[in-house]
Design a protein around this ligand. Structure first.
Ligand code: GDP
Length: 181
């Protein structure tokens, strides 16, 4: 891998079923993707997936760790105080109020451990295509994001809506915070 390509670690969090695996799979089809490396299971049974992305003409490597729901529970964020990721993607489904509520608790815990300051964090509401099953409003999402000063986006992985924008926004957010933490 070339010297100049920076590597960023992204923790992708959310309860089962919100579309975390679907999202990373959709990222792989993006025009920004240069190289997709094989995923690797890590020691703690979470999954690491590596993508090389070109944003604003500059390539970087994103290593996504899809965090299992067990790890999201009590004590989960403790491991990050040692080696925090460069970004948090916090994903819920707009059809599942419980998935949104879990992120409310998680955000509180991340903030109490000072893990959100000077770090890219994006709250992601997925499955906007399921209009009639919507249980979390756009305003709920925006409100939660603004109380923790995170970015916010609603997406539909199924319709490939806002997925590229999220990928580009993620890289831009990481670069904005780079060296600031
Ligand atoms: P994970 O457990 O968070 O990794 O969730 P998955 O990626 O396995 O997705 C769970 C289910 O939701 C699968 O059946 C997906 O096909 C479905 N799904 C994911 N994203 C969307 C979406 O944007 N819209 C709809 N309708 N279904 C989705």
């Amino acid at each position: 891998k070339p010297e100049h390509v920076r590597t960023y670690r992204v923790a992708l969090l959310g309860v089962p079923g919100v579309g975390k695996n679907a999202l990373v799979n959709q990222f792989m089809t993006s025009e920004c993707i240069n190289v997709y490396e094989r995923s690797q299971s890590t020691e703690d049974s979470s999954l690491d997936i590596s993508l090389n992305v070109v944003v604003n003409g500059i390539e970087c490597e994103l290593v996504f760790t899809i965090v299992s729901s067990a790890k999201m529970d009590a004590g989960a964020s403790d491991c990050w105080t040692q080696a925090p990721p460069d970004a948090f993607l916090l994903q819920y489904s707009v059809t599942d109020k419980g998935s949104w509520e879990r992120l409310e608790h998680l955000l509180a815990r991340l903030q109490s451990r000072d893990l959100l300051r000077n770090r890219a964090a994006i709250l992601v509401g997925n499955k906007t295509d399921l209009v009639r099953s919507r249980a979390v409003s756009d305003a709920d999402g925006k409100g939660l994001a603004s109380s923790y000063h995170t970015k916010f986006v609603e997406i539909s992985v199924a319709c490939n809506h806002n997925v590229d924008e999220l990928l580009v926004g993620l890289v831009n957010q990481i670069r904005l915070h780079e060296g600031a933490a």
